[in-house]
Ligand binder design. Structure first.
Ligand code: TXA
Ligand code: MG
Length: 323
């Protein structure tokens, strides 16, 4: 059994690789990140190449400590300060005015930068030892299922990596919530590990940016692409629990155990007790297993539209979208 204990030497070597302009995959509490030195435009360009990511999709910058915020942004508003105190370290990304240390490629040319402080000891030590902000998207190929284990990462990106730190499965299991603070009022761009309700408890009303963008358009809220998080196997989203499989070699993804399990080629139950936190932690891994099971289709039963269920439904809808 791999016990995922990584020693300081391994983290130090990975930090040196980052300082030398290399790519290192590392665990965070949300999903694994594909990291590069955020102040090095050439290193960041390698991220886009490795992922096949369109250049219009900006990348999040990661800090070890909220106290370093001023090194990447020109202005920390009272709302940003309040959110940082409330949710960092943790699964919240804030879009703020971009500072000069961050080259435009990181933000796809936008005048803003997405920033977060991850809540994972390996990520924190890595960023501290690298001694610079680390740009890191989720460590999957563009549009594909996000990685919550090191094996998910190497399955998609092995040949592009200069290093990978295996920290075991990610605790939260979906990406950070992205909130845009560059306008008059906070705007939620992506649902994630911090719920809309939690945000509003701290800062009052937070508008939700709706809608998706076609893949080939520069977007004010990039990453809101209709098709994303997608398995290779076709996935069908249903609102009522399916009574029976639609055909042979169909797999089922469900929050809780269905009344009948007859006829399904594979069933992934995310939480026997219907707990959304547990379901979120296992969500992408279940999707990876279904995708690896050589099924003809995956049927996914939608989640309750509350709390983390909103982030999960959002990912299911994108995974099921055709284009
Ligand atoms: O939990 C996470 O956020 C993970 C871990 C590794 O930190 N990272 C992640 O990165 O999910 P990525 O690249 O897969 O998704 C980043 C999202 C995209 O939707 C991107 O468009 C948005 O954040 N984003 C980043 N910077 C932005 C900016 N300046 N303005 C608007 N959206 C931004
Ligand atoms: Mg991603």
């Amino acid at each position: 059994m791999n016990d995922f204990r990584i020693n300081a030497e391994q983290i130090g070597a990975a930090a040196a690789t980052l300082r030398d302009g290399g790519l290192v995959a590392f665990p965070t509490e949300t999903v694994y990140g594909l990291g590069a030195d955020a102040t090095n435009a050439t290193a960041v360009a390698k991220i886009f190449d490795a992922k096949d990511r369109p250049r219009f999709d900006p990348i999040i910058v990661h800090l070890a400590d909220a106290g370093d915020l001023e090194t990447v942004t020109t202005h920390v508003s009272p709302v940003a300060d309040l959110l940082a105190r409330s949710f960092w370290p943790g699964p919240l990304t804030m879009v703020l005015p971009r500072g000069e240390t961050i080259p435009p490629i990181v933000s796809a040319g936008l005048p803003t930068v997405g920033v977060r402080v991850p809540d994972h000891p390996i990520a924190t030590q890595l960023i501290q030892l690298a001694d610079r902000p680390i740009a890191a998207p989720s460590a999957n190929r563009f549009g594909r299922i996000s990685p919550t284990t090191a094996a998910h990462v190497s399955g998609q990106l092995a040949e592009h990596l200069d290093g990978i730190l295996d920290g075991g499965p990610c605790r939260v299991g979906v990406e950070s919530t992205v909130v845009d603070l560059s306008g008059q009022r906070p705007r939620l761009l992506r649902h994630g590990g911090v719920t809309h309700e939690q945000l509003q408890e701290v800062v009052g009303p937070v508008e939700i940016h709706r809608g998706t963008q076609p893949v080939d358009q520069a977007a004010p809220a990039p990453g809101m692409l209709a098709r994303h998080y997608a398995p290779n196997t076709p996935i069908v989203l249903v609102t009522d629990p399916p009574a029976e499989p639609p055909g042979p070699r169909a797999g089922l993804l469900s929050l809780s155990r269905p009344g009948s399990t007859d006829g399904w080629a594979r069933i992934e139950v995310l939480s026997e007790t219907g707990d959304l936190v547990e379901a979120t932690a296992g969500f992408f891994a279940a999707l990876h297993r279904l995708d690896d099971a050589e099924l003809e289709q995956i049927v996914a039963h939608g989640f309750p539209e509350t709390g983390l269920g909103v982030a999960l439904n959002n990912r299911l809808e994108r995974a099921a979208a055709r284009a």
